[in-house]
Ligand binder design. Sequence first.
Ligand code: ZN
Length: 240
Amino acid sequence: MSDGEREGRHEESHGGALGTRLNWLRAGVLGANDGVVSTAGLVVGVAGASADRGTLLTAGLAGLLAGSMSMAAGEYVSVNTQRDAEKAALAVERRELREDPEAELDELTRLLAERGLSHDVAREAAEQLTARDALRAHADVELGIDPDALTNPWHAAWASFLSFTAGALLPLLAIVLPPASARLAVTVCSVLAALVLTGWASARLGGAPPGRAVVRNVAGGAAAMAITYAVGALLGAAGA
Ligand SMILES: [Zn+2]
């Protein structure tokens, strides 16, 4: 089996090498998208209440750090939990293979037969896979896990932190760099343009048609900015 075929098959079944790379890329795009939307909503809301550049910078920077750290912590916890679950499942599998190899061979045969092999071919395949690396065969066919490719929680945490930060920098810079009269227009336009890009990229990476994803993404971001701006303007007018 060539690498391409192998990866294609894995991607269909449970996200192997290519699937994993696409998932990482997609997670990065979604993290950046989160950073754009939440920071844009924050700075536009503050801009509705205050014209002070220092206030905007403080609010935007605090939002960037709070968001990126909370994303990283959440990712760290969730990947660790998943990893623990995968390790526990592999430990169970290892024990079953040691204690009842015959039943495990039958189980592997049945699972392969369910994938469309005749019983005899499935039996032969199960025997060969078991002879080569029984745990790997069960991890793959039964659990959909590659024991050597468990996600590193620190990598996942850093990836979230960096992708959120990259996205958050756009509205932050767009609100503090231009002159006061242009800052809202520059921020709204650059944010909506970025949301076209992230909506398109995440749909393409997820294998979905991009049109509707772009519209939804842009509409969501526009609504977030409109609402926070309205709230900021109301509070600002009320002298809060
Ligand atoms: Zn098994």
